[in-house]
Design a protein around this ligand. Structure first.
Ligand code: F6P
Length: 535
């Protein structure tokens, strides 16, 4: 493996000056060859500098993926630092058995899904109602993986929203709860407290706040609460009826949990049948990931492009640019999925990682991003590999001309990134504008685009519950493959712990408590803030 990394580095050094466009000149078939299709998805990676040699070396890096993949799908405890299996795929599986320690987990997964379905149907039909009648609104309280998935999916699947309106409170900033609750009728609002651990300070604080908001207006606020959690003792202590608690096992990581009970708010919003389609999309991607050869395997190829750009070429970030406005929160969702999973600094056995771990992931939907940060992507000094996502069809047939404009913009951007505009072309642009020669030259230089900036394009037929499931599972498996190649544990998140611990200590300090162990800068900030507040 070390040899392969070295060969990749050498190959990059030897070919780094070759423009990506030259790869097309030398290979008329490149645009067709450098694609992967999977159940209606079409992934084009031709606009990258990966040539046949690089591809072979990258595929060699992925040699260990199949055995690790089987270990994941079959319930081995591959999350070694927490001693857990990693089986979010079981949440969308229909065929078993899937054994953890010799016990099939599928019957319980399906029993919980059935309970969710029954609950969702009864809430949506009004059979389960609030004190003021049929629930008009659902508020999900959760953070991180207990929030981002349902938020992202609820926005993405807005055309299928035919149940109560969905709202999400995540931030411990009281502004979040205040603004979300504004205008809601407490008597017709169902609250779901979503927390795997039921200890997360933000979620528990917001749950108390919402309970107080209800308490003034609803005789029995607890009756309008449900919970999604693995900690049944704690949900009971909070006063939530066990009938309305939906649990999941420790083999589902927070950022992989939208497929199960954490998706309850989504199911309430779009209905169990549409939720099933979302699961089916994820399942289709699982099947593809598990069965397609590596070079024709969409998650594997997406991962290899990622490894090429970050670990081999050294580009520090990657932008996810959905040309689908309803995928507004997909970049935020992927930030947790990718950065919490692969933002690690030691390998599985605790040795220092001797290459960069996962990249910084960011993005915004097109076309909005074009009028904001694309300037840097086109002409800045850093190279930002771009991952475009676009749908062939929109959901609004009468606005198809807008869909075509959207697609045209997406393709125009990736084309412009590839080709750029040379100084000669920029000079030609300025010629005939009647400017003095020196000024025309100066202006021309500002209009040069270096081009040769890599991108990939994922084309979906349309954004539907099924295709959303495919996309989410695709990125999950991409993270997995990158993690296997790096030899890290993609399924723990120790990096979030220290900040949590220190926040607990700092709370009392803001009230004038003991300053032991704090650094001087933090103490000065506390003193300043207390001064401003007049505490
Ligand atoms: O931020 C760390 C984290 O543990 C995430 O992995 C998780 O999604 C989030 O907190 C919320 O945790 P919980 O569901 O236990 O409230």
């Amino acid at each position: 493996m070390t040899d392969t990394w070295r060969q990749l580095a050498d190959h990059r050094a030897a070919t780094g000056d070759r423009p990506i466009a030259a790869l097309f000149d030398g290979d008329p078939d490149r645009a067709r060859r450098c694609t992967v299709a999977a159940d209606g998805l079409w992934f084009d990676w031709s606009k990258t500098a990966i040539d046949d040699t690089a591809l072979d070396l990258l595929l060699a890096l992925a040699e260990g993926v199949p055995s690790r993949r089987e270990a994941m799908f079959t319930g081995e405890r591959i999350n070694e630092t927490e001693g857990r299996a990693v089986l979010h795929t079981a949440l969308r599986a229909t065929e078993g058995p899937i054994l953890v320690d010799g016990r099939d987990v599928l019957p319980e997964v399906h029993a919980t899904l059935d309970r969710m379905r029954r609950f969702a149907d009864r809430v949506r039909s009004g059979e389960i109602a609030g004190q003021g009648g049929r629930y008009t609104d659902v508020v999900n309280i959760g953070i991180g993986g207990s929030d981002l998935g349902p938020v992202m999916a609820a926005l993405a699947l807005a055309p299928w929203a035919d149940g109560p309106r969905l709202h999400f409170i995540s931030n411990v900033d009281g502004a979040d709860a205040t603004d979300t609750l504004k205008g809601l009728d407490p008597e017709r609002t169902l609250v779901i407290v979503s927390s795997k651990t039921f200890t997360t300070i933000e979620t528990m604080t917001n749950a108390e706040t919402v309970r107080r908001w209800m308490a003034g207006r609803v005789a029995d606020p607890a009756s309008q609460f449900a919970a999604v959690s693995s900690a049944l003792d704690r949900t009971a202590a909070f006063g939530i009826d066990p009938e309305r608690v939906f649990g999941f096992a420790d083999w589902v990581g927070g950022r992989y949990s939208v497929w199960g009970p954490i998706g309850l708010s989504l199911m309430l919003g779009i209905g169990p049948d549409r939720f099933d389609e979302f699961l089916a999309g994820g399942r289709a991607m699982d099947h593809h990931f598990r069965s397609a050869p590596l070079e024709g395997n969409l998650p594997v190829m997406l991962a290899l492009v990622g490894v090429w750009h970050h670990q081999v070429c050294g580009y520090p970030t990657r932008a996810v640019l959905p040309y689908a406005n309803r995928l507004l929160r997909l970049p935020a969702y992927l930030q947790q999925l990718e950065m919490e999973s692969n933002g690690k600094r030691v390998t599985m056995d605790g040795a220092d990682l001797d290459r960069p771990s996962g990249p910084i992931v960011w993005g915004e939907p097109g076309t909005n991003g074009q009028h904001a940060f694309y300037q840097l992507i086109h002409q800045g000094t850093q190279v930002v590999p771009c991952e475009f996502i676009v749908a062939a069809r929109g959901h609004e047939p009468d606005l198809d001309h807008q869909q075509k404009l959207l697609i045209a913009n997406c393709l125009a951007q990736s084309g412009a990134l590839l080709r750029g505009r040379s100084l000669e072309e920029a000079r030609a642009l300025m010629a005939g504008k009647g400017l003095p020669e020196a000024e025309a030259e100066r202006q021309a230089r500002h209009r040069v685009f270096p081009g040769n900036r890599p991108s990939t394009t994922l084309v979906i037929e349309a954004l539907t519950p099924f295709t959303l499931g495919q996309i989410v599972a695709l990125y999950e498996h991409r993270v997995f493959v990158e993690g296997v190649i790096l030899g890290i544990n993609s399924f723990d998140q120790w990096g979030v712990e220290l900040g949590k611990e220190l926040a607990l200590k700092l709370g009392p300090l803001l009230d004038g408590g003991d300053a032991d162990g704090q650094d001087a800068s933090t103490l000065a900030l506390v003193a300043h803030i207390r001064g401003v507040r007049g505490d």
